[in-house]
Write a new protein. Structure first.
Length: 154
């Protein structure tokens, strides 16, 4: 596989999505919540952590020792998305994970856990999610029988 360092706005987008979708992350016995009340400073710290994990992957893959700059609250304020589409979040997570997973500590990393929880929260924001059945939907046979029962003339 190959790996590259994603752009700063990529990790800022993931951090913004976490805030927008009210994302909890559990890792190493601790819980962190990102929601609309999360400060720009904390969002910047999250984005920085994600970027560092990506750099760690690139460094491991190519035997380098590069570092990334710290992302600031000003960076967060300069990179705003008025609409955050869950499908785009899924794609951004997939891309990020592909670039960040090259090193041996990835499976136990905060970044991997973050991606897992953000993916769950984004899924819950998909159109139709709230109306979907909890569990398996009714089979076609059950739906046909319900339709027949509803359309029978007494």
């Amino acid at each position: 596989m190959s790996a590259y360092l994603v752009e700063k706005n990529h990790v800022l987008f993931l951090a913004a999505a976490a805030r927008k979708f009210d994302t909890y992350v559990y890792h190493s016995g601790a819980s962190v919540r990102y929601d609309r009340n999360t400060s720009d400073l904390h969002v910047a710290a999250l984005a920085t952590e994600l970027w560092k994990e990506n750099q760690k992957s690139v460094n491991y893959r190519y035997t380098e020792s590069d570092t990334v700059e710290e992302i600031t609250a000003a960076d967060v304020r300069a990179n705003v998305w008025s609409k955050i589409d869950p499908a785009q979040v899924f794609k951004a997570i997939d891309c990020y994970e592909y670039q960040a997973c090259e090193h041996p500590e990835w499976d136990d990393s905060f970044a991997r856990h973050f991606c897992e929880y953000l993916r769950r929260r984004a899924g819950a924001k998909l159109a139709g999610y709230d109306d979907a059945a909890w569990g398996a939907p009714k089979t076609d046979a059950v739906l046909r029988e319900e339709f027949r029962a509803a359309t029978r003339v007494a």
